[in-house]
Design a protein around this ligand. Structure first.
Ligand code: C2E
Ligand code: MG
Ligand code: MG
Ligand code: MG
Length: 288
């Protein structure tokens, strides 16, 4: 369209759009240096095992300590990094940082934890991804089953053959696979048959009103049953109330994650909370 318009294109650019474009370019330039300057940090959000009220795993969520703008959430830079391709290097850093963390936790109250890292579909473009993960685990002497990767359903829509190959190799290594934001992704269910999936994470949008809306309750129960019949475990995302937790427990959901249990927190804070048993206060909730 811009081409057709030729020299008149400028009229479509408002000042606001120019500002945004300038900001985007600036942010991309900062992003190019963020790894070298060691500005990324992982926060960890615990997942509560509803069978025994133990924290068995945590999700690693990236933040960027920007030199001028403060601590930025992923939404402010991950989409940009996916566009530019920098996501590949960021993803490698995330995997390495998670493996180092697992190694550092040896001998602490966190030593049994599994870490789940998020990967963008774009990161599966990297042919060396699986080799890199294997080497990161080996370098830190961490068993592969202490690591989990979370991918959204987008990977079942495009480059399916390639993605199946990558994920099968990863699964053979022993790394667990979770489908993130399950239920909002426009993909078919057939892939649950074809891909080596260990966990489904029910999207927060179904959980928010699960105790108020009949249809959300029906969908959540159906997903739990579907997953269990396929031998897949279920995590509920975005659990914020005791009522939601009780509902999920009653319907045999395996794990719960959300602000009710804990927000994503820095590693030091997690270690303190685990050592003091602070995250286990939810054990007192008995729904039956
Ligand atoms: P996600 O993987 O679905 O992560 C869950 C998001 O929901 C996190 O936001 C988390 O802070 C938030 N959350 C957790 N519990 C609750 C709750 O009870 N209520 C509400 N309202 N929100 C809750 P965050 O950390 O901003 O991450 C956003 C997304 O960014 C993630 O969604 C994930 O898709 C992406 N992301 C995070 N870290 C990475 C990474 O290292 N690599 C890649 N490629 N993507 C990442
Ligand atoms: Mg996730
Ligand atoms: Mg999610
Ligand atoms: Mg989500």
């Amino acid at each position: 369209r811009a081409k057709e318009q030729g020299r008149n294109t400028y009229q479509f650019y408002t000042e606001g759009m120019q500002d945004r474009e300038v900001m985007r370019l600036e942010l991309d330039k900062d992003l190019s240096q963020a790894l070298a300057h060691n500005e990324f940090v992982l926060h960890y959000q615990p997942q509560l095992d509803l069978d025994n009220a133990e924290i068995k795993s945590v999700e690693a969520l990236i933040r960027w300590q920007h030199p001028r703008r403060g601590l930025l959430p992923p939404v402010d830079f991950i989409p940009l990094a996916e566009e530019s391709g920098r996501i590949t290097d960021i993803g490698r850093w995330v995997v390495m940082a998670a493996c180092q963390q697992l190694a550092n936790w040896q001998g602490t109250a966190c030593e049994h934890l599994r870490i789940a890292v998020n990967l963008s579909g774009r990161e599966l473009d990297d042919e060396q991804l699986v080799d890199h993960i294997r080497e990161a685990l080996k370098a830190e002497n961490v068993p592969a089953d202490r690591l989990e990767v979370e991918l959204t359903e987008e990977i079942f829509i495009q480059n399916i053959e390639r993605n199946l190959t990558q994920l099968s190799r990863l699964h053979q290594l022993g790394v667990h696979l979770a489908i993130d934001d399950f239920g909002v992704g426009y993909s078919s269910l057939g892939y649950l048959r074809d891909f080596p999936v260990d966990l489904l994470k029910i999207d927060r949008s179904f959980i928010t009103e699960v105790t108020e809306r009949h249809d959300d309750a029906v969908i959540t129960r159906a997903v739990i049953n579907l997953a269990h019949n396929l031998g897949i475990q279920v995590v509920a995302e975005g659990v914020e109330t005791e009522e939601q937790l009780a509902f999920l427990k009653n319907h045999r959901c395996n794990l719960a994650q959300g602000y009710l249990i804990s927000r994503p927190i820095p590693a030091a804070e997690l270690e303190r909370a685990m050592a003091q048993g602070l995250l286990l206060t939810r054990t007192t909730v008995d729904s039956e």
